[in-house]
Design a protein around this ligand. Structure first.
Ligand SMILES: Nc1ncnc2c1ncn2[C@@H]1O[C@H](COP(=O)(O)OP(=O)(O)O)[C@@H](O)[C@H]1O
Ligand SMILES: [Mg+2]
Length: 387
């Protein structure tokens, strides 16, 4: 049996503290402290779930949340406000609060959501315990956004991004999220064998208050690595309703909650793809070694320039399906292309094919001995990146 959830209420308001205490005391260990006591007590109590109840001095609320988030980024913080104050709610969200409720108006809503809050907190707790001991830990706050793009279909973006994401999850303690922005057709779900009707589009109704728990509620977990995945709606009409504002808000919120946000992009250059590229810290351009692929990259370069996107600093080339049969070698094109090379991935038809056809992810566990050459390539690449 795992330890019970440790909860903390930070409050100057006795009535609200008691009210919270009543509904929560069954769920685990529970303590109440004042704002003043927080810094002295936090380390000792090391809570998994913290309820910060608003005081008159708004800046102490923000400070308290920032402090908690800094001390233990895995602790889940719920802010209890006294009134609808968008400015303050925005500030506390930025400081690291996962969710907020306005009391007493949203008491019923809070009760309805409580189970899911407790569930998320428990999951984060066990995830942290599983990995913290053995591997390095990551600081949260500003995660890296990495997109996988290509101007040509079938170049390997989806296979590479999903295997990269799985590998990163297996080989580190990082919080990793994979987003499928192939909004019309999807694809990631087939490679990772995830069946679900949930999708990114479920976040549309909560866009204005979008936060980490919304994302964790809508994401699916890849069963082997427990990688979190935001699936595509796979519906052209729904896809159209997700505008550039939605995409940028989504990516920014994810960046605040995960160490790595990996995005599988479609070929089509529309406002959604463009926004994702703009929000990315790094773009892995997947390139096959044939003339059509190379001339397509040249076209994409021109398009980026026309759109005023400065990609030089961000794009790295991922040579895919590299093999002896290829007439063109990576070295032949390095000089004509203006981007640095991130990695060369082997053509591994024998290895990849059987997984893809069975709709099985390439990786099953950490430190796997027997993995196919392509997955080995990816593992070496990922290890090099997180060192
Ligand atoms: N290095 C590789 N070795 C063998 N097969 C590959 C390799 N890269 C991609 N493939 C195969 O090529 C096909 C297209 O890949 P996919 O990831 O769907 O491309 P994209 O997302 O760019 O359209 C898939 O069936 C995939 O398994
Ligand atoms: Mg694809």
């Amino acid at each position: 049996m795992k330890d019970k959830l440790k909860m903390l209420i930070v409050s100057e308001e006795e009535v609200i503290a008691d009210q919270l205490h009543r509904v929560l005391s069954e769920e685990g260990q529970m303590e109440i402290v004042s704002y003043k006591e927080l810094k002295g007590e936090f380390d000792r109590l090391s809570p998994d779930l913290v309820f910060v109840v608003q005081t008159e001095d708004e800046s102490s609320c923000v400070d308290a949340i920032e402090y908690i988030h800094q001390e233990n980024p895995m602790a889940m913080v719920i802010f209890i406000a006294g009134s609808q104050n968008f400015q303050l709610l925005r500030l506390v969200t930025r400081a690291g609060a996962t969710d907020f409720f306005v009391f007493p108006d949203e008491w019923t809503l809070f009760n309805g959501r409580l189970e899911s809050i407790l569930h998320t907190a428990t999951e984060r707790k066990s995830q942290y315990e599983e990995t913290a001991a053995t591997q390095q830990t990551f600081k949260r706050g500003r995660g890296q956004v990495i997109s996988f793009y290509s101007g040509k279909g079938g170049s390997g973006r989806t296979l590479i991004s999903s295997t990269f994401a799985q590998t990163l999850k297996f080989e580190s303690t990082a919080q990793v999220l994979l987003i499928d922005l192939n909004l019309q057709y999807g694809g990631v779900e087939t490679f990772l064998s995830i069946e679900s009707n949930r999708s990114i589009a479920d976040l549309l109704p909560v866009l204005d208050e979008l936060n980490e728990s919304h994302i964790r509620n809508v994401s699916e977990r890849e069963p082997f690595s427990k990688l979190e995945v935001l699936l595509s709606p796979r519906d052209a009409e729904v896809a159209e309703s997700l505008n550039d504002q939605f995409i940028s808000k989504l990516i920014r919120t994810c960046r605040r909650s995960y160490d790595f946000v990996l995005i599988d992009l479609p070929v089509i250059m529309n406002e959604q793809t463009l926004t994702a590229l703009e929000e990315s810290d790094k773009i892995f351009y997947v390139l096959n070694l044939d003339t059509p692929s190379i001339s397509m990259l040249k076209q994409v370069e021109l398009l980026f320039a026309r759109l005023g996107l400065d990609m030089k600093e961000r794009v790295q080339l991922v040579f895919n399906e590299v093999g002896r049969e290829n007439e063109i070698k990576p070295n032949d094109v390095k000089d004509v292309l203006q981007y640095p090379t991130a990695v060369q991935l082997k053509r591994d038809i024998k290895g990849v094919q059987s997984f893809v056809n069975k709709s099985e992810p390439l990786r099953k566990e950490a430190d796997e001995k027997k993995i196919i050459p392509f997955a080995k390539n990816i593992r070496k690449w990922v290890s090099g990146m997180i060192e």
